[in-house]
Design a protein around this ligand. Sequence first.
Ligand SMILES: [Fe+2]
Ligand SMILES: [Fe+2]
Length: 335
Amino acid sequence: MKIFPIACESLGTRSFCHLVMTESVNILVDPSVSLGPKRFGLKPHPTEIAASWISRQTIMEISQLADVIIQTHYHGDHFTLNSPRKYEFSNKEIFRALYNPEVTIIAKDYEKNINYRQQQRAKHLWKNKKISVSKADNNHYEFGSTQITFSPAVPHGVQEASVFVVEVMIKEGDRSYIFTSDVCGPSSKEATDFIITNLPDIVAVDGIPFYISKTEEYIEEAFRNLSKIVDEIREIYIDHHFLRSLEWENKLQENLGRKLPAFSNLRNQKPFLLEAQRRQLHNDDPTREDFYNSFYVDDYSITYFRELLQKNGFHHYWKKLKEDVKEENAKLKNI
Ligand SMILES: [Fe+2]
Ligand SMILES: [Fe+2]
């Protein structure tokens, strides 16, 4: 089993998208990308938008090799919406290209344990007659030698009390991996228990969004749960909510007494946090307001995005990722 992070906070955007490749199946998890529309009172810096753009291009390219798409819930940073969202580079065509009849889609149930807003979004997937979607919640699927097991619906956590997600375990031979999706810590016992009960070899967890003031009363509980997981699992990566602040490593040291690697470290990439550095990015390289009216329709923007990514040395990551995914696919499929 190989895991390829495609988009996440340690790669400069809001996302937790990755590809899991086994001998029998290529699984694309939560294929979307997003940016915090306002942070520190500021819009995303063009460097962040460039990272979102290249992440979207990479998701679309890699999706062509996917046999299965897993959708853990319907927030825009995980689910590609069927409407134009400029920081997410999504629209109807992108939606159709991604969630197509050729791919097996296993997604969070849209009828149970779901709030109205998530359900309205989920219907674009579930009510589409051209594609078939299977329920993830508490279900088990097998693809050749690969087993995919979902948790029952577990709380998204402190950030949105009425949202539920599914955690997923992928197992091939004696190797297993759990992706928690958005469990904010984990902030709940249910989300923690799914990990502790299954004891996978590898875990990717989102962590608590400690930078939001309303999370204060939940922080201790979230670290207690995270600590239980860290005690049991040897290989654990933290990302997403937890990496929206430059303080993330200090917070781990303070609360767990040790550091954990970010998801990008799984591919030996040092994390590059962009939203957390938004103030600095705007100070160092100010942006004209009219940029925000045109970047998503303007061909010139693509040249500008490439320049920004090259200037920062970030473009190498996705270039190498695509090469490695193609090479691994050829090896696994004996092409
Ligand atoms: Fe979410
Ligand atoms: Fe998320």
